[in-house]
Ligand binder design. Structure first.
Ligand code: ATP
Length: 385
């Protein structure tokens, strides 16, 4: 087990006359034993970062260290990390036993018996000990993925590097394997770097998540930190389904205004300037709906455009009256509200994120977190639901 340090690494590819900056001065420290997820949209540089750690790509600039020891220019086989790919990459003509022991036979001087013991331990841990004599074509996708993981485990590496390892599985199996992988990683405690474009996977699996965009690190923290304290609008929008509502407003000292809304914060918001165009972010689960008329300037009327019933909760889309702005509101259960209804939306003060309108950087994050009781809301229930 080891920590992994990426010290300002960059990776440039040349594409004809153009240079593609796949990874841009990325700094990241992955602590010993941590499960870190690299997440971001397609093309943001996740796989390239992982391949640089594995040594399958050379870095253009910067340094990579494993447990403090520089490995920037080491060959992949000298890096003591094990990679697990989306495609499983099993040898089709070999049995499970042969697939799992192959690497050990050719890259270590372990005896046949020692290799057999390692393989046996791994297959028992993975619950695939009855499959040892099968070939990959006779295994389900989930079983193949377990063999690929088992093959990484027998090597007893300092770190696992996983590139979208679950994306070929169906939704149910993916959810099962997610839990299984987390448990496995916790049991064996190996530092793991896991790449996915799926924010749910990132939020549920990572001790920490690193959110990338255009090769640049946007935020690195626990899932809860990144969700509740996004450092910019990109992170705020990337995490959360349905996405956070982002509204253009103006902030003058401590007063936030839009045509339909006005709120005075209890203290001046530090904007490093007296007057700012801002973007206000409110998570859909934080907005409050009611059928009563607005009672103050933090509530306003809107018209329901769509209701999505999901069973446990519903997504209600509300067009703010007199604007072309649509808000998403999540309410518990099945609301009686229907398309075309007029509803009142209330924005609680402690749910408001404020971002700089020019740079998108966070100026102020919301104080309210998920299930915690509200401290500053005059309207406490989603009475429209
Ligand atoms: P995805 O989720 O789609 O796999 P990603 O976040 O893993 O995307 P990368 O595969 O790391 O992204 O690619 C980052 C950028 O580098 C992209 O613009 C990609 O086109 C470019 N890139 C990656 N590999 C090469 C290459 N060998 N030659 C040229 N450009 C490349």
């Amino acid at each position: 087990m080891a920590s992994i340090t990426l010290d300002s690494i960059s990776k440039h590819f040349s594409d004809g006359d153009e240079t593609v900056v796949a990874v841009d001065e990325l700094d990241l420290t992955i602590e010993d034993g941590d499960f870190v997820v690299l997440v971001g949209p397609s093309g943001c540089g996740k796989t390239t970062t992982l391949r640089c750690i594995a040594g399958l790509e050379s870095v253009t600039e910067g340094e990579i260290r494993l447990q403090g020891e520089e490995m920037t220019n080491k060959l992949p086989e000298n890096r003591d990390v094990a990679m697990v790919f989306q495609s499983y990459a099993l040898y089709p003509h070999m049995t499970v036993r042969e697939n799992m022991s192959f690497g050990l036979k050719y890259s270590t001087d372990l005896s046949d018996q020692e290799i057999e013991e390692k393989v046996q331990n791994a297959v028992e841990m993975m619950g695939i000990d009855d499959l040892l004599d099968r070939k990959p074509e006779d295994l389900s996708g989930g079983q193949q993925q377990r063999v690929a993981l088992g093959r990484a485990i027998v090597r007893n590496p300092e770190a696992f590097l996983m590139d979208e390892p679950l994306s070929n599985l169906d939704a149910k199996l993916r959810a099962e394997m997610r839990t299984y992988l987390q448990q496995l990683q916790e049991d064996i405690g190996v530092t793991t770097v896991y790449v996915t474009h799926d924010q749910t996977e990132a939020m549920t699996m990572g001790d920490k998540i690193a959110i990338l965009n255009d090769g640049e690190l946007q935020q690195y923290g626990t899932p809860a930190e990144c969700y509740h304290e996004p450092q910019n609008t990109f992170v705020a929008e990337f995490l959360g389904e349905p996405a956070i509502n982002l509204l253009e407003m103006e902030l003058d000292g401590s007063t936030l205004t839009a045509d339909y809304f006005e709120h005075e914060f209890q203290s001046t918001v530090d904007t490093q300037g007296s007057y700012t165009d801002v973007i206000v972010g409110i998570r859909p689960e934080e907005l409050l709906l009611s059928t009563e008329e607005p009672t103050d300037t933090t509530s306003f009327e809107g018209t329901v455009s769509v209701v999505e019933h999901l069973g446990k909760e519903s997504n209600i889309y509300v067009e703010i009256d007199g604007t072309d702005t649509e808000l998403t509101v999540i309410v518990d259960g099945d609301p009686s509200t229907a398309e075309g209804d007029t509803v009142t939306v209330h924005i609680p003060e402690d749910a408001i994120h404020v971002f700089d309108g020019r740079t998108g950087e966070a100026i102020k994050n919301a104080e309210h977190r998920g299930d915690a009781p509200r401290t500053s809301s005059p309207q406490r229930s989603n009475s429209a639901s």
